[in-house]
Design a protein around this ligand. Sequence first.
Ligand SMILES: [Zn+2]
Length: 321
Amino acid sequence: MAKKLVIFLLFLLIIILLPNTVLAEDKEKSLYEERLALYKKTAALTEIPWYYIAAVDQYERQIHKDLEPDQLISIRIPPEYWFGVGNASTDIKSIEFFNGIGKDGNGDKKADPENGEDVLFTMASYIKSFGHSEEDFKIALWNYYKRDLTVQTIKNTARVFKKFKAIYLTDRDFPVAINYNYSYRNTWGDRRGFGGNRIHEGTDIFAGYGTPVHSTTYGVVELKGWNLYGGWRVGIRDIFNIYHYYAHLSGFEEGLKVGQIVKPGDVLGSVGSTGYGPPGTSGKFPPHLHYGMYKDNGYSEWSFDPYPYLRKWERMARNKR
Ligand SMILES: [Zn+2]
């Protein structure tokens, strides 16, 4: 009897929880669809490509800490820029008079910095004032953010959105081909381990020489080459402004180059044991992939533990087979 009750309660739990997770995914997807529609509307109004506008919004979504989980648009234009110095009115005539950049995107004669359409139209108009080419876009971004990494990240995110014609890019992969033998455990913060950091900033995935190394995310190759401790290594920045670091490779995939757009599963190279010496040094430790993740907030960059993500992506990769 007790067993039956447990089964019944479990069943009840499943029907309560299942629709919630499905619902959360649907909600997220429709939020992205709503965003894309607004980017495209703004693009139609300004002739600035939707993926430029989308990339700026995507970047700002990663740097503001106090956003609502379902916030549609995340670009935040400083009030002194928006209204003009000495003005607090959303009236477009008043903003123009005080040399503010705030504009009315939804046609209500007000430029409201809390209104997504107004914000997108204002940002796109600002970009447009520099011109329409990719170089003009870069100059506009530099004038606005005054930080090289920010400009590069937004530009590369725009290239990813353009290439895949989408902003809802949820696919991921495990960094080591899952049909090969491999092992890993949570080594975050270990004093031992290979990587050359005072504490171990990443996860070591042990596998045989030549095991394919996959990109885990959509992104752009930011760095490729030799490093004293990392050996042959690749760095990829994804569309969430996260830098993925793959070290100790035995070699790179042929043709892989800095600036290249990648997607989950793309082969970057293979597992090796390079590092701890001049270029080409190998075999000073067992072959493994050192995988690190770094978050950038627009000012500085810090490492965080990739282990929980690796577990999740491993499950995703196994479910796909
Ligand atoms: Zn390591």
